[in-house]
Design a protein around this ligand. Structure first.
Ligand code: ATP
Ligand code: MG
Length: 330
């Protein structure tokens, strides 16, 4: 790998010699960034060491990234943290109302989950974000690329072209700024995320979409006996994705279906799939509902957003504000 930045070479870490480097490379861990985003059990398997040693190796990688100012140190002054948070980049969803609910758009350095029933607009939000992230800064975008991990075969380049056109952007350019990865099963989905780092660096990606997060796991692990294994696999996968968001400073957006929750006595009798695993890894969770022609989004358990609703709609521009709101704001 001659393309690896010298400062990100694995053997620039103390204690990593050529043999270890080779073993890591063989497992697809090519740079210090890859090492920092890999889970301890993957590192342990790759190098054939115990978990404690693997954690140590992972920590060394993180420490190096802190030195390179690519990652926050463990101890950070709250004032510095606030300044840093103010500088977090955001991608517009295409709707002012929905952006306001999110505090200005989906955040880089975090994982945002949209969940809701079929047709509630999850994939439409994903498509629109892939267009918006490429818009200039100041116009809702970050002039960055997007990766769309499509687990359900619902990515439509035609829809991207339509949204770009309606927003006065160059269709060809927007389409070529999106890298699509079709994941055929959960193991494939895990492999794609493991190999994501290089694509993110090469294509200046600012947004990673995973549509949807849990579907393969739900389909493959059926029956009570498989639940523990499913949650363990899902947990490992979701954490790898979250570490990727942090290390590469990209916005990660995942979608999730809802399932009936018979034990719910009040409110909506549905809840997102994936249980605690997905709930705990997502930084922000937004619940989407259909309401006649419109869609209603609600921020659920955010660390700092008030719980409230936003109304948006779906049209040729992708995600958009209802006409009456657009008129009022102009
Ligand atoms: P699922 O759980 O099945 O994946 P979803 O939440 O991803 O559902 P979406 O595909 O985002 O659902 O939304 C589908 C809806 O988007 C359609 O029912 C339609 O109302 C709307 N829609 C799709 N394309 C267009 C378009 N070109 N113009 C206007 N509305 C559209
Ligand atoms: Mg969908």
């Amino acid at each position: 790998m001659s393309e690896v930045d010298e400062e990100l070479e694995l053997d620039s870490l103390p204690g990593v010699g050529p043999a270890t480097k080779q073993k890591l490379n063989d497992a697809g861990i090519l740079t210090i960034l890859d090492l920092a985003t890999s889970g301890p059990s993957d590192i342990a398997d790759a190098v054939d060491i115990d978990i404690a040693k693997a954690v140590e190796l992972n920590n060394k990688a993180r420490k190096k990234l802190v030195e390179l100012k690519r990652l926050e140190p463990d101890f950070i002054n709250a004032a510095d943290l606030l300044a840093k948070r103010k500088a977090i980049d955001r991608v517009s969803t295409g709707s002012k109302n929905l952006d306001d609910l999110l505090g200005g758009g989906v955040e880089t350095w975090a994982m945002t989950e949209f969940y809701g029933e079929f047709g509630s607009g999850k994939s439409q939000i994903c498509h629109t974000l892939c267009v918006m992230v490429q818009a200039p800064r100041g116009q809702g975008g970050l002039e960055g690329g997007a990766v769309y991990i499509d687990t359900e075969g619902t990515f439509r380049p035609e829809r991207i072209a339509e949204i770009a056109e309606a927003r006065g952007m160059d269709q060809e350019k927007v389409l070529s700024g999106i890298t699509v990865a079709r994941a055929y099963n959960s193991a494939h989905q895990e492999l794609i995320v493991k190999d994501l780092g290089q694509v993110l660096e090469q294509k200046k990606v600012k947004l990673v979409i995973l549509d949807s997060a849990v579907a393969h796991y739900r389909a493959e692990f059926v029956g009570r006996g498989t639940l523990a294994e499913r949650q363990q696999r899902l947990n490992k996968f979701m954490h790898q994705l979250l570490r990727t968001a942090e290390v590469y400073n990209v916005a990660v957006v995942v979608t999730n279906q809802v399932q009936a929750a018979p034990d719910s006595f009040f409110g909506d009798p549905t809840r997102p799939t994936g249980g605690h695993v997905v709930a705990h890894t997502s930084t922000y969770r937004i619940y989407l509902r259909k309401a006649a022609k419109n869609r209603i989004a609600r921020m659920v358990d955010s660390p700092y957003h008030p719980e409230r609703d936003a109304v948006f709609m779906l049209d040729e521009r992708g995600v958009d504000d209802p006409a009456e709101d657009t008129a009022r704001k102009r």
